[in-house]
Write a protein that binds this ligand. Structure first.
Ligand code: KIV
Length: 271
């Protein structure tokens, strides 16, 4: 039996065993009870309560405005739905950079109030002190390198990162630093596939890619993007598995026609 198939509950150790066994790790985002239930039933290994909720749930342009309270609320909704997957909660912008004591306090609030199983932080050397302090409390930490959306105002664009040698060298050094610090996995976002392979081969902890090619130890997508609910975001790395935008608007149009035409409710749908 595979490591994935054996795991009644996925833990950080399951993911590390999966890497050792050469089994790919699956991760998707979720932010609410109903969809988290379906994602967990679908057998995904990790559910990320991502701060991408800022975009897909709240309609904002960036992830910067997300607060700790927002993240805790979404994580609580997800936690009530999930039986098997490991739940990782994004630490929002401003709750861990620059002050490791505040980082620890924020991570403890997420763990105590949401019931999530781990936290994710964006960045390398600049935030390693915060990561180390969070780890001392026994809170598992997932790293996130490459395109780090919370730093959008520093970079100015969402284009592929670490194409130049200097940035690639920093990314490799950061990945090793995060592994040494004790992170259990690292998200690699929007970097060249050959670099993601190099990092994945060099680390003993799993890498989870998004726009980072097929050699990462696992893959993650934003749920609303892969289900085709959001259609104004079409990066090359995104594979859409459904076209829910047209199915949902079609169903709503049909409902409106049925009500307006007196077809709904009919006798069988009435008391
Ligand atoms: O917030 C998020 O959804 C993420 C993924 C894109 C990895 O961080």
């Amino acid at each position: 039996m595979s490591v994935h198939g054996n795991a009644r509950k996925v833990t950080t150790h399951t993911l590390q065993e999966m890497k050792r066994a050469g089994e790919k790790i699956t991760m998707l985002t979720a932010y609410d009870f109903s969809l988290a239930k379906l994602v967990d039933r679908g057998g995904v290994d990790v559910i990320l309560v991502g701060d991408s909720a800022s975009n897909v749930m709240a309609g904002r342009d960036t992830t910067v405005p997300m607060s700790l309270e927002h993240m805790i609320y979404h994580a609580q909704c997800v936690e009530r739905a999930v039986d098997r997957a490991l739940i990782v909660v994004d630490m929002p912008f401003g709750t861990y950079q620059g002050n490791s004591a505040i980082a620890l306090e924020s991570a403890i609030r997420i763990m105590k109030e949401s019931g999530g199983h781990a936290v994710k932080l964006e960045g390398g050397a600049e935030i390693v002190e915060s990561i180390q302090r969070i780890l001392t409390a026994g809170i598992p930490v997932m790293g996130h390198l490459g395109l780090t959306p919370q730093s959008i105002y520093k970079f100015g664009t969402y284009t592929v990162r670490a194409k130049e040698d200097e940035e690639a060298a920093k990314l490799i050094a950061d990945a090793k630093l995060l592994e040494e610090a004790g992170c259990f996995a690292i998200v690699l976002e929007k970097i060249p596939a050959h670099l993601a392979k190099q990092v994945s081969d060099a680390l003993s902890i799993p890498t989870i890619g998004i726009g980072a090619g097929q050699d990462c130890d696992g893959q993650v997508l934003v749920l609303h993007d892969m289900l085709g609910i959001t259609t104004d975001f079409s990066p090359r790395f995104l594979r859409r598995y459904l076209d829910l935008e047209s199915q949902i608007t079609g169903a709503v149009e049909q409902y409106c026609d049925d009500v307006r035409g007196g077809d709904f409710p009919n006798e069988e749908e009435s008391y």
